[in-house]
Design a protein around this ligand. Structure first.
Ligand code: AMP
Length: 281
């Protein structure tokens, strides 16, 4: 496995592989890798000849009061895990090479507001601008044939699919299901911020989503009432919810018909830690 920090070296190596007729799979991450990330790597491996993983904590996608500085950075153990999975190349760029003028002064990519203005976009100003910009830069550097993202960040997955479509990237986007702990808590690098007590409460987020799904399937309640009921349940468990939203799973538009393909999305804080999760119906 090679580890490179230079954009040019990554581009040159990948283009050499492509000249040799090999298909390139790409998994962008912010590091602190867990089994959720590793599943994406395995999916990339199944679909391609060479696998590239990027590890980069992207400053542009963090708000001023978010955890950019404290975000867990564990390069050595990440590299060990990726070596074990026989990844071909890890791209670990510096902030200076990604944003030579600083991320605040960089050009940026804004994906259609229909997908980006609600939910996470409403609670994390400019978050998707940061995501779309860094993914665009990474796609330009790596030029993959396939890129794999997690359904854990459901809105992000749809934003990336829209980006690829709107900007005509010849890249196939694969979405992989969310990997969970035994008690239902979605794996996340942010789970380690939780105290023991908060960790015991955290799986209730998945329980509430699951219960809401059951109620949708029973078709005996208005969707807005179900959202309100879920928010109240989360509050009773000790969460401070940002939102629980039942949306059209393809467009994220408000769902007016329970027979649509639906997704339930939620974000809620436990103390300082913000958890997100979703469940398709
Ligand atoms: P991150 O390092 O948090 O930016 O995540 C990198 C990729 O891993 C994104 O595509 C995430 O959606 C995905 N991911 C994070 N957690 C999980 C999980 N529990 N299951 C599946 N994919 C995940």
């Amino acid at each position: 496995m090679q580890t490179l920090t230079s954009n040019w070296e990554v581009s040159a190596l990948v283009r050499q592989w492509q000249r040799d007729g090999e298909r390139i799979g790409f998994v962008p991450t912010m590091g602190n890798l867990h089994e959720g990330h590793l599943r994406l790597v395995k999916a990339a491996r199944q679909n391609t000849d060479r696998v590239v993983v990027s590890i980069y904590v992207n400053p542009m996608q963090f708000g001023p009061r978010e955890d950019f500085t404290n975000y867990p950075r564990t390069l050595e153990s990440d590299l060990q895990k990726l070596t074990n999975l026989k990844v071909d190349l890890v791209f670990h760029p510096s902030d200076e090479s990604m944003y030579p003028e600083g991320s605040a002064k960089s050009s940026y990519v804004e994906v259609s507001t229909q997908l980006t203005e609600g939910l996470e976009g409403a609670h994390r100003q400019h978050h998707f601008r940061g995501v779309a910009t860094v993914v665009t830069k990474l796609f330009n550097i790596v030029s993959p044939d396939v890129a794999v993202f997690g359904e854990k960040d459901y809105q992000q997955l749809l934003v990336i699919q829209q980006l690829v479509k709107d900007l005509n990237y010849p890249i196939e986007i694969i979405g992989e299901p969310t990997i969970r702990e035994g008690d239902g808590l979605a794996l996340s690098s942010r789970n380690q911020y939780l105290s023991k007590q908060q960790r015991a409460i955290a799986p209730k987020l998945y329980d509430v989503l699951s219960e809401t799904r059951e109620r949708i399937l029973m078709q005996n309640m208005d969707l807005t009432d179900l959202e309100q009921a879920a928010i109240m349940q989360l509050e009773q468990h000790g969460f401070a919810p940002d939102y629980v939203a039942i949306r059209n799973a393809v467009t994220l538009a408000e769902a007016d018909n329970p027979t649509d393909l639906l997704v339930i999305l939620a974000a809620a804080r436990l103390g300082q830690t913000r958890l997100i999760d979703n469940l398709r119906v």
